[in-house]
Design a protein around this ligand. Structure first.
Ligand code: 5GP
Length: 236
């Protein structure tokens, strides 16, 4: 059985970089390429970052029960949200190859997958605080002011869901967060081994992953949550 890793994060938290790093470091991992109705951005290519489809095509896939989960996600300039969905076939194909599968999906999708597959491993990536997220969103220069406002507002609501996840990463230093993500993935693969069977390196993975578990991270998360609370926001 493949292990399914769900990775969620507010837009601008550095999730794509961390997931890319993960794939460089860990073998036997597949990435689930989602379907979306939003238009491609920048250098995005159909079939690489996403499969870009029309609303009609997406709705036909929903009717044919082709999705493991799907959701309407805001974050585009349009008032109407865009559809995003994970095709079931990615899980089947990962299983056939004997690989594990990474899903980069939002909090709505994550809770749908967890309901269907409670054994899926969920990881939430947090920015160090609101100011840092705002800086990153502005710095990447992809979004208009209105979209940045919307993304920050969405981030606040998403972050409130952190406690539904198994692991929490606070993305302060990319190299460190990438190492933590790698060790979470490796430690989950070692679940069936007893402590005595683990090599020194495997023990380090298990310890690093343990420190990122929700129960260990709760205190670290409080100041981040506080920075997103409406009364803490100076500039809106
Ligand atoms: P973006 O448009 O910036 O690439 O992604 C916007 C949001 O949609 C991100 O939070 C991303 O994780 C989420 N997303 C991408 N693919 C899927 C999917 O298949 N299902 C769900 N529920 N969310 C997705």
């Amino acid at each position: 059985m493949s292990i399914v890793y769900i990775v969620s994060a507010p837009s601008g938290s550095g999730k794509s970089t961390l997931v890319n790093e993960l794939f460089k470091m860990v073998p036997r991992l597949d990435f689930s390429i989602s379907y979306t109705t939003r238009p491609p951005r920048g250098s995005e290519k159909n079939g690489k970052e996403y499969f870009f489809v029309s609303r009609e095509e997406f709705e036909a896939m929903v009717a044919a029960d082709e999705f493991l989960e799907h959701a309407e996600v805001f974050g585009n300039e349009k008032v109407r949200g865009e559809y995003y969905g994970t095709a079931r076939r990615f899980l089947r194909e990962a299983e056939e190859r004997g690989n594990d599968l990474v899903l980069d999906i939002d909090v709505q999708g994550a809770s749908q997958v967890k309901e269907k597959m409670p054994e899926a491993v969920s990881i939430f990536i947090l920015p160090p605080d609101r100011e840092n997220l705002e800086w990153r969103l502005r710095n990447r220069g992809l979004d208009s002011e209105a979209v940045i406002r919307r993304r920050l507002d969405t981030a606040r609501r998403e972050i409130e869901n952190y406690s539904k996840y198994d692991y929490i990463l606070v993305n302060k230093v990319v190299e460190q967060s990438a190492d933590e993500l790698k060790n979470i993935v490796l430690a989950e693969r070692l679940k069936n081994k007893s402590g005595a069977e683990l090599s020194e390196e495997e023990k380090r993975s298990v310890e690093t992953a343990h420190a990122c578990r929700l129960e260990q991270a709760r205190e670290r998360v409080q100041p981040i949550l506080a920075s997103f609370a409406p009364q803490a926001v100076k500039s809106t």
